[in-house]
Design a protein around this ligand. Sequence first.
Ligand code: IVH
Length: 719
Amino acid sequence: MPADKATLLIPVDQLTPQEARAEHDALGAEITEHDRRYYEEDAPSVSDAEYDALRLRYEAIEARFPELKTPESLTQKVGSKVSEKFGKIRHRVPMLSLSNGFTDEEVEEFVERIRRFLNLGPETPLVFTADPKIDGLSLSLRYENGRLVSAATRGDGAEGEDVTANARTVDDIPHVLNGPNVPDVFEVRGEVYLSHADFTAINARQEAAGKPLFANPRNAAAGSLRQLDPAITASRPLCFFAYAWGEASAMPADTQYGMMECLRSFGFKVNPLTRRCESIADMLEHYRAIETDRANLGYDIDGVVYKVDSLSLQQRLGFVSRSPRWALAHKFPAQKAVTVLEDIEINVGRTGSLNPIARLKPVTVGGVVVSNATLHNEDYIKGIGGNGEKIRNGIDIRIGDTVVINRAGDVIPKVLDVVLEKRPADAKPYELPTTCPACGSHAVREVNPRTGKEDAVRRCTGGLICPAQARERLKHFVSRNAFDVEGMGEQRIDEFYEEGLIQRPQDIFTLQARNARSLKRLENREGWGQTSAKNLFDAIEARRSVALNRFIFALGIPHIGETSARLLARHFGTFEHLREVAKAAADPDSEAHAELTSIGGIGPVVAEAVVEFFKEGHNEEMLDALLAEVTIEPMEAPATANSPVAGKTVVFTGSLEQMTREEAKAMAERLGAKVAGSVSKKTDIVVAGPGAGSKLAKAAELGVQVMDEDGWFALVGRG
Ligand code: IVH
């Protein structure tokens, strides 16, 4: 509830006691709601700067009218959102995620994929470890000469928050490591969590003190670790299990299991349910045993993590995108609940997709209150699956239906099924609108020219005139993995868009100059002030230079995710080069088209989307305007910076004996090289195994450097 506009504009020292009380109440309610969203939903609805402005005003009013400082006042309560920021810590080795699987078949595929990648026959032993996947928050602890020097949250995987002082208060986190073989530099990673018993006790204390309750142990653990006052963290009995490591000056063991034993001997808690498994059957058996034991563990877990035991095989397997190829999180089945579908709303996405969202009667699933769920698309609502087959026996979903929903970990809840017996007599089949709810343009299902099939997604044809698409594009543009503009949350974009302040990406960078000339300055608005306006402008200024991969990703070209953006950035090196080739590639017979479609990892759909994007005049205009405001820096690539093959083009030919073709390609790419399928003037290295034929001859003709597999390993090392 925002405070009354007129009141807010009155300087605190001119408020009457009545006005002060009214505004204090209103601000208190608003701050409490923000705290609730932050703590219970982990989904803040305002920026830190806005929140701080509200609190400052609240405190200023109290300072002038001390009678408002009752025990109920928010200033008398601890545990609100921290107002000052934690420092940042850059992870020297990124903190990655895990690929997920839900079924036994997915576990089998995972193991088979690894065998194929490493070219291991079915008889060759392949050992895994299996341990519970803890539902907490990950933490990286850095030890130098055996002493804890810093602790950082995962953050975006590249950079986390400095929570060292708080981590020191956790009993399970040793300040000094034991034993003779502790590496000089050693980063230990693991999960901070709360036991069920401690979670219940904390919530009881919160309730007694009239403070907001935490929705589940993970949120409570996160809220406790991210306290500005370490004394509060110390009063919450956080626990820690170690299960991985980051930078290490030496490795005290050569297997995952051995590392777990070392971690235990150094003084960490390692999950007692960690096992070595020698077959898929062993893995699945241990999974079931943990699943059976789940309710008695006393803390939340959401699956079992399998990891290849041999560290040298882990090294060879490497990563795909942001997850290791050598690990899999085998998740427990999604938890289900039954509730009523109260309404279906349409959300228009960045690319114009009409996304049906189920508005549900709120229901608790696995400790979290769910009130929205996805309905995927029109066919899904009608009971038709991806290949035209029936799902739910062809039963459609109607407003008013009692529905079964599920929620698995961090996945968006889904409407799964309908309880037909409870369908109201007057429930009507749902028709997705054929016009865009945001701009009124036709919304159509395109037919894919290649397959002749109708697209499952209905899209608004409004393009640039559609405000919903424009807003979603802006939200994507400023999002964390794109331009990452702090303080530009979704609500702020909606608000600025609505008022015409920011409608195109380039407008973000001219905002400050326009504001200086404006009659309606940001700093004079309700809820704003000099500080919050300055914070926003500073955050924008800080993003005037941006890495090439982020820039490409930010453009929101359909089908271009972070990975494709990186591949394009790596291949082209500069934005001008990408733009030039993409424009020339509009001619399908051009060399540019051949170049674009032969980039490893870029398929025809992505290539086509790139060509289409650069064909559009309005995109060209936007790019020119944007490039006048921002500077594009080279791609972010710390890991490969000192690799001897970074930026080189490599061709593998003949039969490789020490690695599979897939492994060779992944290894070269990990080291920053490009892998090509044929030899040309642009090739730097040809790695030839026995039986190499015409490619070897071509390399000799062009004077390209040729080496065998041993030569390759001598150049790049074994890992
Ligand atoms: S191994 C490269 N083992 O789950 C990452 N992770 O969803 C190696 N997690 O980011 C991590 N329990 O924070 C591993 N027993 C466990 C885990 C675990 C929880 C977390 C971890 C990871 C996230 C991915």
